[in-house]
Design a protein around this ligand. Structure first.
Ligand SMILES: *Cc1c(COP(=O)(O)O)cnc(C)c1O
Length: 396
């Protein structure tokens, strides 16, 4: 019975702290809309930045892949689950990011866990940007590392920490490329210079950069920074590329070490081959339709100028992640609910996903949004700013 009481107590605390999280069963509709069964909502919450998740060509490629290779891969990569489609995809991802090799993982969470678990041996000292994704922080707990955090995008702070550390232990610096809750972008050049100076390895998680940032959507790192500058590059396929899975790209020895030692790679069934086929189709579209990225950037510009005119508290973000920093978590929940009643789905993000006092609406933009949809969201936000201004908490 004790374990039941433990769970009960934790659930009660979660409610009392007003941190209760809920899922929302949805079905996807065209034009970046979703339905909750009762109401149609315009989706400004997802990470489908190029509108590829709903693209019928990806669905067709996935179905064709399933017919050709089977619905599931049937085994892990090291047994008999490493299929031709996975292998071709790895080669394409290596080429996209300008690295000798890439290794496919089933999810980004597992790619980060596996990579950090593999790297964190022999007293590894890890340095995290304070706002790194949860999967990166969790990865250092799985490994045997000691980790410290530096102030967000403050590379002087990182240098201070590195300068004070022992130089006879291996060191690893880890950062998001595009920060998932703020939308701002790491300064890869500064990070690479600092890491070279202190002989530290650099790992960048470019989950939100792949497909969106840089030439041809190759990400924040891309071929622009080679594996000598950014030795460990992680990307995910479930965001801008509209399918699922993740990869690590780098030199041959890094990839071989992951195959040999990364438990989250070894002990899991390879992703369904149809998913790899859908990603391959997404990479073709990324090449052939640069106008999607141009439309996305036009939408970001349009949103920012409208939101600026309303005086909304924005973060200086050039990416499709455009938070409205209301700070107070009750206010964020109130605005999120009101927006939903007006037909918009926007992420309401609070602790522990972001630090206390940093709660925000996480508005995300897609190439598939129309300017009329963005206008309608701005209108709804303008009404809220009048009835429940962000300077004062709502009375509830
Ligand atoms: C989404 C995300 C992940 C996890 O990727 P999944 O494929 O969804 O598991 C990892 N890192 C960052 C920065 C992310 O935003």
């Amino acid at each position: 019975m004790m374990w039941r009481q433990q769970i009960e107590r934790r659930l009660r605390q979660q409610r009392e702290r007003r941190l209760w999280r809920q899922r929302l069963p949805l079905s996807l509709l065209p034009d970046q809309r979703v339905s909750d069964g009762r109401q149609t909502l315009c989706d400004f919450a997802g990470n489908d930045y190029l509108g590829l998740a709903r693209d019928p060509r990806l669905a067709e490629a996935q179905a064709e892949g399933a017919r050709r290779y089977g619905a599931g891969s049937g085994a892990s990569h090291l047994v008999s689950g490493h299929l031709e489609a996975h292998h071709i995809l790895e080669e394409r991802l290596a080429a996209l990011t300008g690295r000798p090799r890439a290794l496919l993982f089933s999810t980004g969470y597992m790619a980060n866990l596996g990579t950090l678990q593999m790297l964190c041996t022999d007293g590894m000292q890890v340095y995290h940007d304070r706002l790194n994704h949860a999967s990166l922080l969790d990865g250092t707990h799985v490994g045997e590392a000691r980790s410290r955090r530096f102030h967000h995008r403050d590379y002087d702070d990182l240098e201070r920490l590195l300068a004070r550390s022992r130089s006879d232990v291996p060191r690893l610096v880890v950062s998001d490329g595009v920060f998932s809750m703020d939308g701002d972008i790491a300064d890869i050049a500064s990070l690479a210079t600092t890491c070279t100076r202190f002989d530290a390895c650099l790992m960048i998680d470019d989950a939100h950069g792949i497909g969106v940032i840089g030439e041809n959507g190759s990400g924040c790192v891309g071929p622009r920074f080679g594996p000598d500058q950014v030795p460990v590059l992680v990307g995910t396929l479930g965001k801008a590329l509209g399918s699922a899975g993740a990869f690590v790209a780098g030199e041959g020895d890094l990839i071989e070490a992951l195959i040999q030692f990364a438990r989250p790679y070894i002990y899991t069934t390879a992703q369904p081959p149809g998913v790899a086929c859908a990603t391959l189709r997404a990479l073709d579209i990324l090449d052939q339709e640069p106008e999607r990225r141009h439309r996305l950037y036009e939408n970001i510009r349009y949103w920012r100028s409208g939101a600026d005119q309303l005086g909304l508290p924005l973060i200086s973000s050039l990416s499709p992640i455009q938070p409205v920093l209301l700070r107070d978590s009750q206010r964020v929940m109130h605005w999120g609910r009101s927006l939903r009643e007006s037909g918009f789905l926007v992420g309401a993000i609070r602790e522990p996903t972001v630090p206390k006092g940093q709660a925000r609406l996480r508005v995300t933009l897609s190439a598939a949004h129309t300017q009329a949809q963005i206008d309608a969201l701005l209108d709804a936000l303008a009404r809220l700013a009048v009835t429940a201004p962000f300077e004062e908490a709502p009375a509830t």
